[in-house]
Design a protein around this ligand. Structure first.
Ligand SMILES: Cc1ncc(COP(=O)(O)OP(=O)(O)O)c(N)n1
Ligand code: 3NM
Ligand code: MG
Length: 263
């Protein structure tokens, strides 16, 4: 059985309206994503915000899924499960207002990665029971990227969730490279970022620094440092089985996930 770690750096697209952006230069989401992939990022979460119609969200997701294919990275779609299905994404990320995790688990391919948002140990345990592959936990610090969030949970809140569940925890909210290392020390498997890459002067360099901060070499898991050259048989469905999913089998190292039903 092959087993591969869930990537420690989750790059989330930023689809805020450009002239309304409160911080930084804010790059086009496709350009910023390609820069992150070129730097060695291994997982992208496509997060079309509410002002995106389904058609616009599909177009964005299809473009980014194709890029992820080229670079051999996994791609997840936030919220919109049907768009994940339509573009053949590796999975989804779901929170309290989205389709329930167990419902998504029933309709997605068995090896799909399903992330669930948790803000405390109780919601973390519930997400695990529902079939989450990993947990997105935050906001650890304040963020200017998203409004309407509860108070930051801090490193103490993050550590409490990490201790409560044996799932990989991805810390989110106000993450910088320096803070990413603190999250790892608090027990997180990795981090998810929006602004640290999308609003960076140099998204590629920002990605390198984040990868180093979470202990993931920019070239780790790549056969070479160039754009992934896909070969026959290197389909997304095969890669996702290697990334991990299916919450039913798991090694004691919670970042090491085993897919279901593989040789
Ligand atoms: C890795 C990660 N963690 C948390 C979230 C937030 O999801 P949710 O609570 O559903 O909020 P929206 O992102 O949908 O606004 C996430 N997307 N990714
Ligand atoms: C999309 C999102 N969800 C959060 C949560 O806590 O649920 S925080 C967040 C935004 C994270 O952006 P940045 O890296 O720019 O702080
Ligand atoms: Mg959501």
């Amino acid at each position: 059985m092959r087993a591969t770690r869930l990537p420690r750096l989750h790059v989330i697209t930023d689809t805020r309206v450009l002239d309304a952006a409160p911080v930084g230069p804010l790059h086009d989401p496709i350009i910023a994503t390609e820069a992150a992939l070129a730097a060695g990022a291994r997982l992208v979460q496509i997060r079309p915000e509410d002002h995106y119609t389904d058609r616009a969200a599909f177009d964005l997701a299809a473009a980014i899924a194709a890029l992820c294919d080229q670079y051999g990275a996994a791609c997840l779609v936030n919220d919109r499960v049907h768009i994940a299905q339509a573009v053949g994404a590796d999975g989804v990320h779901l929170g309290a207002d989205d389709l329930p995790i167990d419902a998504a688990r029933r309709i997605l391919p068995p090896a799909s990665i399903i992330g669930g948002t948790a803000r405390d140990p109780e919601s973390a345990r519930a997400a695990r029971r529902a079939g989450a592959t990993y947990l997105g936990v935050g906001p650890v610090w304040g963020t200017t990227t998203k409004t309407g969030l509860p108070q930051p949970i801090g490193l103490e809140g993050l550590a409490a969730v990490c201790e409560a569940v044996d799932l990989p925890v991805i810390a989110i909210g106000g993450i910088t490279a320096e803070r990413a290392a603190l999250c790892r020390a608090a027990g997180a498997h990795g981090v998810a970022v929006v602004g640290a890459i999308a609003a960076a002067a140099d998204p590629r360099q920002a990605t390198v620094e984040l990868l180093e901060a979470v202990g993931e070499s920019p070239t780790a898991g790549r056969e070479d440092d160039s754009r992934n050259t896909r070969t026959a048989g290197d389909s997304r469905s095969e890669r996702v089985r290697a990334v991990g999913a299916g919450h039913t089998e798991e090694t004691p190292d919670t970042g090491l996930l085993r897919g279901v039903g593989r040789a």
